[in-house]
Design a binder for this molecule. Structure first.
Ligand code: GLU
Length: 477
């Protein structure tokens, strides 16, 4: 379905590393646009110069690209409503501030933080919700001029109309109603001249033609204020959907302490982009299928009506599950690049090794470990493996050595001859062999792995096992 009337955005404030909560917001908006053949905009909300940094912006853009969430309009991509860094848009905001002030929708506010705090305390004491008491709303032009002449720098406050109800349909939470009497006049430009988020965010959504906003429901109460700003300026409002936040395993908002991970952390740990995307697309949103999907598949099945209004817990087990799915679904070439183990494997054997051990790889280190177990010197033996070798006994391994030395004929030949000569079969045959050859009692299917090892390595490992078993029985005897 092509519907270019859908335009979504991701509007991060780059104050630090991109974490999974914000990444999910980016993903949902990207999927909504993609599923409708629409456009996805990246807008950097960096008006707070102290907290935002160019390095964080660059890192965030790198993260989005690594995940395949490229934007159609935004920094470096360009588009019809530049610039896409809010820091560079102050002239645009100034024009709208001037209009709001000239038309009486906003007024300068000279109240100090101390005065505001005192007002809030008095309201709380009287059992009222804290709200701007309107001190500066009624200043005459002369009073304003006099205060300015004194050198006082005012903030700019939006004048909320009394006695109204603001209604809107939220795509996640349904019908919303807010009484303007509960809102209080709010700041749209701080006294130091910096633009407030509520204002720039709403104005830019309109100027950039954003039709749909999906964001965390911590922004739900901002929406009536933003709708008032847009109405006063005669600008169109997007459709809003506010999703339940992601919480940590303790139910508290996601933070470093309860499991939040940055995209950088996940990349460094070896997670594949498709694992992260398949996981996050299902946090607080449901699909009909449990099969891994690519970005197009995720976009086709994405529906704001399926977003949960309740919080969802971050679940590292689910993330690991999607990692396993992604590894199983990846092409051998994709895994070859990701595993970076060419140096550990004889030339030409990487694809076969990947096929043999794929089911036992979650992260690149696992692949490299299997490469060493198969092609390196005899691997260290786990305690379990030692016990299995000891349990099978010296005679078993001496026979295995004899069979291999007489004419090694790959895994099948070895195991068939060994079964005939010892009468041992099934698990009692395969487990000691697995232990001796791979150093562990569990792992991938044995035959392909052993055939990759080749006769010389197999013999060396069987000799070692025979020696170990003999030593142990001598100790006991
Ligand atoms: N810059 C805001 C944030 O990062 C954007 C909120 C929104 O999506 O409207 O929270």
């Amino acid at each position: 379905m092509s519907d270019v009337t859908v335009k979504t955005r991701f509007a991060p404030s780059p104050t630090g590393a991109l974490h999974i909560g914000n990444l999910r917001t980016a993903l949902f908006n990207a999927l909504l646009a993609r599923g409708h053949g629409g456009r996805f905009v990246l807008r950097i909300e960096d008006t707070d110069r102290e907290r935002c940094s160019p390095e964080a912006t660059q890192a965030l853009m790198g993260n989005l690209r690594w995940l395949g969430l490229d934007w159609d309009e935004g920094p470096e991509a360009g588009g019809p409503a530049p610039p896409y860094h809010q820091y560079e848009r102050s002239a645009i905001y100034d024009a709208y501030y001037a209009r709001l002030e000239a038309e009486g929708y906003a007024y300068p506010c000279f109240c100090s933080e101390r005065e505001l705090e005192m007002a809030r305390r008095a309201q709380r004491a009287a059992g009222q919700p804290p709200r701007y008491p309107g001190t500066c709303a009624r200043l005459s032009a002369e009073e304003v001029a006099r205060k300015r002449a004194e050198g006082l720098q005012p903030a700019l406050r939006f004048r909320v109309p009394p006695g109204e109800e603001i209604r809107f349909h939220d795509r996640v939470h349904g019908e919303q109603r807010f009484r303007t009497d509960d809102l209080g006049d709010f700041i749209i430009r701080r006294a130091d001249g910096t633009a407030a988020y509520l204002f720039t965010n709403a104005v830019d959504d309109a100027l950039m033609g954003i039709t749909d906003v999906l964001r965390g429901d911590d922004h739900l109460t901002n929406t009536p204020r933003q709708l008032l700003i847009l109405r006063a300026l005669g600008l169109p409002a997007p459709r809003y959907g506010h999703m339940g936040l992601i919480t940590g395993d303790d139910g508290a908002p996601l933070s470093k302490r309860n499991g939040s991970r940055s995209v950088d952390d996940l990349e460094e740990a070896g997670y594949l982009p498709e694992a992260i995307l398949n996981y996050l697309a299902r946090v607080g949103h449901t699909y009909d299928t449990d099969a891994p999907l690519d970005l197009d598949g995720l976009a086709q099945g994405f529906d704001p009506a399926r977003i949960s209004p309740s919080p969802s817990r971050f679940d590292p087990d689910h993330l690991r599950h999607w990692q396993d799915e992604a590894v199983q679904a990846a092409t051998a070439e994709r895994l070859r690049l990701w595993l970076a183990m060419d140096a550990l494997v004889p030339p030409g054997y990487v694809p076969e090794l990947i096929n043999a051990v794929r089911g036992n790889i979650r992260f690149p280190a696992d692949g490299r470990e299997w490469a060493k177990r198969v092609f390196g010197p005899p691997p260290a033996l786990d305690a379990d493996a030692e016990a299995a070798i000891e349990g099978a006994g010296a005679a078993f391994f001496e026979t295995a050595v004899a069979v291999a030395e007489e004419g090694y004929n790959r895994f099948r030949g070895l195991t068939e001859a060994l079964r005939e000569r010892t009468g041992v079969k099934g698990k009692r045959l395969f487990m000691p062999l697995r232990a001796a050859l791979t150093g562990r009692c569990s792992g991938p299917e044995l035959q392909p792995v052993v055939d990759l090892m080749g006769g010389e390595r197999v013999k060396a490992r069987l000799h070692r096992a025979a020696a170990l078993a003999a030593e142990r029985s001598a100790q006991e005897g």
